[in-house]
Design a protein around this ligand. Structure first.
Ligand SMILES: [Zn+2]
Length: 467
């Protein structure tokens, strides 16, 4: 079965041009101007941008907070209609179980036959008693070449100390596994959280008060120092504040292989959202906390300059009514995280490209090409070129959308971007050559998504030379 996408404007991270894309089965077989090719199906993309499907390298479909669980892979049709064709899920190592077994089992039980977009995984080290560091060398073969450790969350089973980070890095660097950290100082947060509660300040806003920028800056700088100590590359997830970006910039200037991402909500929302009345602020409780306008401005600059290399959603689907309300009397019990996979692509186009902050090439790079490369998917995903998977979004820039939870597929009872205006609309989405979104509606099937094995030596290892 072949398809020819004609007359669109093809945009990649490198260039844009009017042209056609020929697809044979699941793959792109030709790209060029006025392709002289016959196909079983011709798709007219006149007036539309032809973009690589989004790669969201930071999502949570299995996260649990105080025993309460997020919506799972059954909601990934939301990613599809939002222009994202690959998601990379963080899976906690189960207590007493190996990292690979934890991911394998989760994959079989909850993802295969369910996901509506393609998927890959990051492991999260939570139990250092299982020989988990020795397991790192087996991760590339299993197709899980990235591992995260949580520096935040004192007292929680998934918190990682410096020694765990160092040990993981020293194993990872020899086999091309990328170590990621959630960089916030757990001890300092604990001091401020207790202080806030003792003073009777228990509302959602104090989530941000108890996690000021310095806790992120300190942990980011420390993680960079541990990477230096271990002579290893490092990827810092969800960077939200100016000084943390500066730490990464300095490390890059020193020639270190240190990279980071930011997320849609740090670019478009801020601390004032946490102050919304009637517990509405709880909708915006995520970690790191939302920052100030100056940080937002600096983060836009950071993605434009390449100091941060990707924009993720950090999608985390907790309901406001039943789940966020667990913290009604104490912000420490509000599940951390907010939904966002459906809107990342359109919002970055609107406020990034249409807002004059980034070019179309940078947009593609930040939401698709580089996230694929970071995670060892760069030979199949994130680009419109011969040999790549035919994951393609047709985006109509002339349409307008008002974001509303009424029309959302995320399966959560609120949307962080309620009422935001979006310029342009995802019209059609192809997943490996198969049309899964048509006229903006999901037309795919449950289980259409496939596991994509990540390869080791992702982008963090380009230019990395072990001493
Ligand atoms: Zn996250």
């Amino acid at each position: 079965m072949s398809k020819l996408i004609k007359n669109g404007t093809i945009v990649t991270a490198l260039e844009e041009f009017k042209g056609d894309v020929l697809i044979e089965g699941e793959k792109i077989v030709a790209v060029g101007e006025k392709l002289d090719a016959k196909a079983d199906e011709v798709i007219d993309a006149k007036g539309m941008y032809v973009l690589p499907g989004g790669v969201d390298q930071h999502v949570h479909f299995s996260f649990e907070f105080n025993g309460s669980k997020v919506r799972g892979f059954e909601t990934t049709n939301a990613a599809a209609v939002g222009g994202t064709t690959t998601v990379i899920e963080f899976v906690n190592q189960e207590q007493g179980k190996g990292l690979i077994d934890s991911i394998d089992d989760y994959r079989k039980e909850s993802v295969e036959g369910v996901s509506m977009v393609d998927y890959s995984f990051h492991g999260i080290i939570t139990d250092t008693t299982t020989g988990v560091f020795d397991e790192i060398e087996k991760l590339p073969e299993a197709g899980y070449p990235t591992v995260k450790l949580f520096m935040a969350y004192k007292g929680m089973f998934f918190h990682a100390d410096d020694d765990a980070i160092a040990k993981a890095m020293m194993k990872a660097r020899d086999v091309g596994v990328t170590i990621m950290v959630h960089a916030e100082n757990a001890e300092l947060i604990d001091v401020l959280q207790k202080q806030c509660v003792e003073e009777g300040n228990t509302g959602p806003y104090y989530h941000a008060v108890s996690r000021p920028p310095i806790v992120e800056t300190e942990a980011t700088e420390r993680a960079i120092n541990i990477a230096k100590f271990a002579d290893a590359p490092l990827y810092v997830v969800h960077v939200s504040t100016q000084k943390a970006v500066d730490a990464i910039k300095r490390a890059q200037a020193e020639g270190l292989s240190i990279y980071g991402e930011t997320c849609t909500h740090y670019l478009l929302l801020d601390k004032s959202d946490l102050a919304k009345e009637n517990f509405e602020g709880a909708k915006y409780v995520c970690s790191p906390a939302l920052r100030e306008q100056e940080d937002r401005d600096y983060l836009w600059k950071s993605i434009e300059k390449g100091w941060l290399n990707s924009v993720s959603s950090d999608h985390c689907g907790f309901d406001w009514e039943n789940q966020k309300h667990m913290g009604k009397d104490d912000f420490r019990n509000i599940p951390n995280g907010a939904p966002g996979m459906e809107n990342r692509f359109g919002l970055m186009w609107t406020y990034g490209v249409e807002g004059g902050k980034i070019s179309k090439q940078q947009f593609v790079d930040l939401v698709s090409t580089t996230p694929a490369k970071n995670n060892g998917l760069g030979d199949r995903k994130g680009h419109i070129g011969v040999g790549y998977d035919a994951d393609i979004v047709l985006y109509d820039p002339s349409k307008k959308v008002t974001i509303s939870n009424e029309t959302s597929l995320q399966g959560v009872d609120y949307n962080s971007y309620e009422g935001f205006e979006q310029k342009g609309k995802v019209e059609k989405v192809l997943l490996r050559g198969n049309i899964i979104v048509d006229d903006g509606k999901f037309v795919g099937e449950k289980g259409d998504g496939e596991f994509i094995k990540g390869k080791p030596y992702g982008l963090c290892y380009e230019g990395y030379n072990k001493k």
